[in-house]
Ligand binder design. Structure first.
Ligand code: ZN
Ligand code: FE
Length: 257
């Protein structure tokens, strides 16, 4: 059985480690997603006696790629990521619809430009590794794309099965819940998620993975067609009607919070 473990990095990043099965007497293979820092990854690999074979990158930000060079000094891993000159040298470039084997299991590449213009996500085995595009109860900041880009990206992710496990790259859920509650104070699913998240954080546990179904029920950025979210956006900007316009208003609102 494959296992997925969060490796904590910096103040709130998760580097997801996928650990495969041991073959014969060799060490277990491991793939990591978005290793922004090599130090905690190297410690994890050593602690569990793993061989790093693959690195998957979602976008070029330093907190997602910063550890790649040092990891490659110690392991001969293949690096995958978007086609973007800002990615580490030697990255195998991937595009929409490409299939890539993650420890042998087929994953599909989904282009989700918005947080950055070349951001990609990986979907396979009922799992989604989505970097800084979709957060639990939130979404990434719009550094290089528009609200319409983010709406399109989130629509693509919303089309995945509801039970898809969502592995985001940051632990932002508690503060996202506080903002989402301003947008949709009457959302019962959001109230329940907020309570569950507070319990997990009190115990120091991750709030991830989430699921696509949970996000569709609680995440205001995935609910821009819901009447409550549209009304909340319209209270800030009466011209917000279309989903992308609603998303733009609540994204700007959140950026000010
Ligand atoms: Zn980022
Ligand atoms: Fe990030």
């Amino acid at each position: 059985m494959v296992s997925v473990t969060p490796i904590c990095a910096f103040s709130d990043n998760y580097i997801w480690a996928v650990v495969g099965e041991r073959k014969a007497c060799a060490t277990k293979p491991c793939a990591v997603i978005d290793p922004g820092d090599a130090t905690p990854v190297l410690a994890f690999l050593q602690q569990y006696d793993l061989a790093l074979t693959q690195i998957f990158l979602t976008h070029h930000h330093a907190d997602h790629i910063g550890g790649v060079r040092r990891l490659l000094e110690q392991y001969s891993a293949t690096v995958y990521g978007p086609a973007d000159p800002r990615m580490p040298a030697g990255t195998m470039p991937l595009a929409e619809g490409d299939e890539v084997a993650l420890l042998g299991a087929p994953y599909r590449v989904i282009e989700v430009p918005a947080h950055t213009r070349s951001h990609i996500a990986y979907y396979g085995e009922g799992r989604l590794f989505c970097g800084d595009t979709l957060f639990s109860v939130g979404c990434g900041r719009l550094f290089e794309g528009s609200a319409a880009d983010m709406q399109r990206a989130l629509d693509k992710l919303a089309a995945l099965p509801d039970d898809t496990l969502v592995y985001c790259a940051h632990e932002y859920t508690a503060s996202n819940c506080r903002f989402a509650t301003l947008v949709e104070p009457g959302n019962i699913a959001l109230q329940q998620r907020t309570e569950a998240v507070e319990r997990l954080r009190r115990r120091g546990e991750p709030t991830l993975p989430s699921t696509i179904g949970q996000e569709k029920a609680t995440n205001p950025f995935m609910r821009t067609r819901e009447i409550g979210v549209r009304q909340a956006a319209a209270a800030h900007d009466r011209s917000a009607h279309e989903p992308a316009e609603v998303l733009a208003v609540i994204r700007q609102w959140k950026d000010r919070c």
